[in-house]
Design a protein around this ligand. Structure first.
Ligand SMILES: Nc1ncnc2c1ncn2[C@@H]1O[C@H](COP(=O)(O)OP(=O)(O)OP(=O)(O)O)[C@@H](O)[C@H]1O
Ligand SMILES: [Mg+2]
Length: 326
């Protein structure tokens, strides 16, 4: 179990990137969702020992992580958001180099480990190709190979699926799920689909605060019966957007008209709108707009942070639509 308590990070500026995060992360795949600038990378870099927190603690299976990060490095794997590559090296040379940086000594052991890792991430076939010829998904898999060297208990991956096409994303999902069978995999993303497909639990972070810590099923059922969908002309869509009676969660164009979903916990939905089954995307968008999901049952893990009302402007629910603040 990874246990994070009251983690605060204030960058010079000052910019409060984390405003007191409490989170318990059990074994398996755990998603950290949040919009750009929410604080995901900051949290992950702190856990990886690359950035000093302003205050707060984190323990991995009871062992403190933040005071002497080097003591816990062996149990940690990290794939950063901006993983650097050496384009002219072959995949196997690059991995060998990264393993030497990680302190894997002894050439023959290192080569054996390199080959085993390449096999693990399904890259043996491209071991001798230059990294510059790799696709985005292949690069991410090479990044994962270095992150899982030494069989770490905790693997941290920061937005690994950005820019991957659907097929590569699927392959990467499979690899992550395999890894999460016997360790903690903490995955940050702003793609709700990643979480819906992969994670048994997830947390949502916004402006440096956790605003939910739950399961995909609970998040969906919290808004059951409140999502309606309908089709609108561009004109009516614009009117709806400026109306204070409705909260639009999603809108997409279909043959020139707007297919629109609204969150309507009380009052009437727009004319012609019909109730639909909520998706995780709806739940996430309501959360991001309102700052909390009414009806979300307290969960046994990390409860305090998830549902605590926020007290200052940064995390306070913004007034979107009607009925959210009852
Ligand atoms: N080195 C820094 N100095 C000052 N402010 C920073 C620094 N790094 C990040 N920030 C700020 O801290 C906040 C959180 O940034 P962070 O990169 O952790 O967000 P994120 O959730 O990872 O975003 P993204 O989805 O875009 O990767 C942002 O407001 C960002 O501008
Ligand atoms: Mg980031």
């Amino acid at each position: 179990m990874l246990v994070i308590r009251d983690l605060v990070k204030v960058y010079p500026g000052p910019v409060t990137a984390l405003a007191g995060v409490d989170l318990d992360v059990p074994r398996g795949m755990f998603g950290l969702l949040g919009p750009n600038g929410a604080g995901k990378t900051t949290l992950m870099r702190i856990l990886a020992g690359l950035l000093e927190p302003t205050s707060g603690t984190a323990t991995l299976n009871g062992q403190p992580m933040l005071d002497r990060p080097e003591q816990i490095w062996e149990q940690l794997g990290y794939l950063p958001q901006d993983f650097g590559f050496f384009p002219h090296l072959t995949g196997e040379r690059m991995l060998e180099y990264l393993l030497s940086l990680k302190g894997v000594t002894g050439k023959s052991g290192r080569l054996a480990l390199r080959d085993e890792l390449l096999d693990r991430v399904h890259l043996s076939f491209a071991a001798r190709r230059k990294v510059k010829t790799y696709s985005g998904g292949m690069r991410q898999r090479l990044g994962i190979a270095q992150a899982i060297a030494g069989d770490p208990r905790l693997v941290i991956v920061d937005e690994p699926t950005a820019g991957l096409d659907p097929e590569e994303r699927l392959r990467f999902y499979r690899l992550l799920s395999e890894l999460a069978e016997n360790r903690i995999v903490l995955l940050s993303t702003h793609i709700v689909e990643d979480v819906a497909v992969l994670c048994s639990r997830f947390a949502v972070i916004r402006s440096g605060r956790l605003i939910a810590n739950t399961t995909p099923a609970s998040a969906r059922s919290a808004i059951e019966g409140t999502i309606y969908e309908g089709t609108l002309s561009p004109d009516s869509y614009h009117k709806l957007l400026t109306s204070s009676d409705h909260c639009v969660t999603q809108a997409y164009l279909v043959e020139g008209n707007n297919r629109v979903r609204v969150y309507q916990p009380e009052g009437s939905p727009p004319e012609g709108f019909a109730p639909v089954a909520p998706t995780l995307e709806d739940a996430y968008l309501v959360l991001i707009k309102l700052g909390r999901l009414y009806g979300l049952e307290p969960e046994p893990l990390g409860v305090s942070a998830a549902l605590k009302p926020t007290t200052n402007g940064a995390g306070a629910p913004s007034a979107v639509g009607k009925g959210g603040e009852s």
